[in-house]
Design a protein around this ligand. Structure first.
Ligand SMILES: NC(=O)c1ccc[n+]([C@@H]2O[C@H](COP(=O)([O-])OP(=O)(O)OC[C@H]3O[C@@H](n4cnc5c(N)ncnc54)[C@H](OP(=O)(O)O)[C@@H]3O)[C@@H](O)[C@H]2O)c1
Length: 326
């Protein structure tokens, strides 16, 4: 497995991580704990050393599964988790210093560890100044409970405010052939400040893999039923992107999922995506993307092929869309 370093932090991770969220929520029936534990250990055996979870996944349950899986190999992996929602009080963003500390104590217990390698604020809390958030994480680093600081879905102004108090190691935000907005303002700022980028939903929440079309019936509990981008009419419109991905992948003799991941990896050497899957054969397929390389001409051809395709539909339900930091 190739490795990458997140910005100028020195934090080395496998070039592809494992997003563990889907093991416990979002995409239909969660995996039974022993099955989830085995999948995570299988990922490690295949070279993945970067595992992403969050307090809110489950809630709590996903950290427990990740903690159980990684306990025997704790010193050989990088664990990232996230604080930032008032889970007991309804789920609004909450990054008050006392809430951060409480979340971290819980995460450490569930993850069965004495330190969190990379701790992200999950969403910007408009009621808590970013300086207070970064200051609290700085204290947690001084106490040895946290090693690196990250943000998720933060906008340029908050990235700068946070970084001025405590160097930010990584930003985790959505980025894929379906969602390229970070290229406009975010990636230039990350390059300027030496911050790594961890794209979530690099497979477009499964859509870019070509396994979902207008006829695909998602499980009732699948959260994509609440995502406008997955409305039947938007799925039909967005199929143009999948068709293009499929054609380019076939030319290159790789799968659509591998093309989607390899394209993200090709954008910058300080990018490490965290695709999620609940299936070992797909995990192995996704790992295959690490060895795919493109010539400059191939990258230009991909850019030209996708340039005219407009993706339809918001990527979040209205309540979550309103929480995105601009
Ligand atoms: N910071 C945040 O706010 C935030 C938000 C969302 C996600 N995340 C993190 O990012 C991780 C990944 O994002 P994501 O799960 O939303 O989206 P994703 O990785 O783009 O897509 C996951 C979906 O793709 C399917 N899939 C995976 N590999 C496949 C393959 N080779 N062929 C066909 N289908 C495949 C999975 O289904 P199967 O399980 O059936 O394979 C799952 O439904 C999450 O686990 C989480 O850790 C963070």
């Amino acid at each position: 497995m190739k490795t990458r370093t997140l910005g100028s932090s020195g934090l080395e991770v496998s070039a592809i991580g494992l997003g563990c969220m889907g093991i416990s929520q979002s995409y239909g029936t969660p995996l039974a704990t022993p099955v989830g534990v085995k999948l995570i250990r299988d990922a490690f055996e295949r070279g993945i050393t970067f595992f992403d979870t969050a307090e809110v996944y489950g809630p709590y349950k996903n950290e427990e599964v990740v903690g159980e899986a990684l306990e025997p190999i704790r010193d050989q992996v990088v664990i990232s988790t996230k604080f930032g929602f008032d889970i007991a009080g309804g789920g609004a963003p909450d990054s008050r210093p006392a809430s951060i500390r409480k979340a971290v104590e819980g995460s450490l217990k569930r993850l069965r560890t004495d330190r969190i390698d990379l701790l992200y604020q999950h969403r910007v809390d408009r009621n808590t100044p970013m300086e207070e958030v970064a200051g609290t994480v700085k204290e947690l680093i001084a106490e040895g409970k946290v090693k690196h600081f990250g943000l998720s879905e933060a906008g340029v102004a908050n990235i700068r405010r946070a970084h001025a108090v405590l160097p930010v190691t990584a930003l985790q935000s959505e980025y894929s052939l379906m969602w390229r907005e970070p290229e406009e303002q975010i990636l230039p700022v990350l390059a300027e400040l030496g911050i790594g980028f961890v794209p979530f939903s690099p497979l477009g929440k499964g859509f870019l893999t070509g396994t979902i079309d207008t006829d695909t019936k998602l499980a009732e509990t699948d959260f994509r039923n609440t995502v406008p981008r997955f409305d039947p009419e938007n799925r039909a419109a967005n199929q143009a992107m999948v068709d293009t991905v499929r054609t380019i992948a076939a030319d290159k003799q790789i799968t659509p999922a591998q093309l989607a991941l390899a394209w993200v990896l090709a954008q910058q050497p300080w990018i490490a995506p965290i695709p999620g899957t609940t299936k070992l054969h797909r995990l192995e397929e996704n790992i295959g993307a690490v060895d795919v390389t493109f010539t400059a001409a191939e990258l230009a051809a991909i850019a030209a092929a996708v340039s005219g395709i407009e993706i339809k539909g918001d990527r979040y339900s209205a309540v979550n869309q309103a929480r995105i930091d601009r």
